[in-house]
Design a protein around this ligand. Structure first.
Ligand code: NAP
Length: 388
């Protein structure tokens, strides 16, 4: 049996189609590593092992059980979304595209939207939890998440419910879940690194970060977790498994910096010009994308990521360094010009000795000089007598 399984595993790939003489089977990645239970209903892994034997001898022996079981694996998930705003609705569309059921609740009323999009809306969390979804997906703002999670009527849920979130910070919801949820509940922390703007043309190739914080092999939790993550894989996301700590470190140095620059630029009221460069177009786009997210989201990136303050300081220092480089060079040029304008002892100053004639002179130089050094009376400086 073991060698057959091995042969089978070598012959098939995750999410591939396996054809026998009379049947076609969909082979999901999750099927292969599932442990075979000792008793009870035949599991997916067991069914596939049987299928492997069948396949080996090319007999299409009693396959009904196998078909039933493979089909059972594909039962759509019932996913309860908490927080059905901008991002909640966006992610729900992907869940629906993959054939899963969406149940939603939120502070505001989105029942009309849900009705129009084949989703179910519940006016409060009690009603949603009574439906006992397989997965609770938290899509609330970072700032409101703690209150929301603490007010979920956990006792109404199945004891193996999976809790997942999409917050743009990761250590915070992970710690909250670990503190609040009973041990049987699964925990999967995720961050789709895209949103309604960057993912409006599909999710193909976009990074999806996740950490399976706590998923038990007993029962169906592991399989449901895989099925949940498969949604994003099937949508073409680049799946990136990393710890919540790693995520927060990377995100502070990339996403938080991006949002901060976007926010700064938004205060400049930049406008399109007839001579936009590609770089400038990128900045305009960045500004637009950034301000289309709520300020709560940006504030959450700062307050709930321990690495954000350091990045803010880095940004401040980097700006100062650039300013100093510019003004420092200007200072050098001005000094040189001033010194060259002053005839050395015994030398007569002629107009042609000014090698920096491309620089502004007279009043304009005075204005520039005020940027970096105390104002100097240039007319006095050039008429310094040789006796000094
Ligand atoms: P958001 O402003 O971060 O969150 C809006 C959501 O939070 C709405 O569902 C809103 O409910 C709920 N909410 C806000 N304050 C609340 C309160 N005091 N009590 C109860 N609910 C409250 O904007 P978002 O873009 O929709 O983001 C949602 C989550 O997705 C965030 O955690 C964010 O980090 C994450 N995320 C966003 C993006 C993105 O591109 N936008 C990408 C990846 C991850 P109502 O709508 O009912 O008022």
């Amino acid at each position: 049996m073991a060698s057959s399984t091995l042969r089978f595993a070598q012959l098939t790939f995750p999410n591939s189609i396996l054809k026998t003489k009379t049947n076609t089977f969909f082979v999901s990645k999750s099927v292969l590593p599932t442990p075979v239970p000792n008793k009870g209903k035949v599991s997916n892994a067991h069914a596939i092992t049987k299928l492997a034997c069948v396949n080996k001898t090319t007999e299409i022996a009693p396959c009904n059980q196998i078909i039933d079981d493979v089909n059972a694996k594909l039962t759509p998930l019932r996913i309860g979304i908490i927080g059905f705003g901008n991002f909640g609705q966006f992610i729900a569309k992907g869940l629906r595209r993959q054939g899963h059921f969406v149940l939603a609740t939120s502070r505001s009323d989105y029942s009309e939207y849900c009705k129009q999009n084949g989703m179910q809306f519940f006016r409060n969390m009690d009603a949603l939890c009574e439906e006992q979804p397989d997965v609770i997906l938290v899509c609330s703002s970072i700032l409101s998440t703690e209150n929301i999670i603490r007010s979920i009527p956990i006792h109404k849920l199945k004891p193996d419910t999976i809790f997942a979130d999409v917050l743009s910070v990761k250590q915070f919801p992970r710690n909250l879940f670990l503190e609040i949820l009973p041990p049987g509940f699964g925990i999967v922390c995720t961050h789709p690194m895209f949103g309604p703007e960057s993912g409006k043309n599909g999710w193909n190739g976009l990074p999806f970060v996740f950490e399976k914080v706590r998923v038990t092999d007993a029962g169906a939790q592991a399989q449901k977790c895989t099925q949940f993550l498969d949604i994003f894989e099937q949508e073409g996301c680049r799946m990136v498994e990393m710890t919540c700590e790693e995520h927060d470190r990377h995100a502070a140095g990339s996403q938080f910096i991006t949002h901060t620059i976007g926010r700064i630029l938004s205060h400049l009221n930049l406008e399109s010009t007839p001579i936009n460069t590609k770089g400038y177009e990128t900045l305009l786009q960045l500004t637009e994308n950034t301000v289309s997210d709520s300020f709560d989201l940006y504030y959450g990136l700062f307050m709930y990521n321990v690495n954000a303050t350091e990045q803010m300081d880095n940004l401040d220092r980097a700006f100062e360094t650039v300013k100093q480089k510019l003004y420092g060079r200007l200072h050098d040029i001005l000094r040189k010009q001033i010194v060259e304008r002053v005839p050395r002892q015994g030398e007569l100053r002629t107009k042609s000795t000014n090698s920096l004639s491309y620089l502004p002179d007279g009043e304009n130089i005075k204005k520039l000089a005020s940027l970096t050094i105390p104002e100097i009376n240039l007319s006095e400086a050039v008429t310094v007598s040789s006796s000094r």
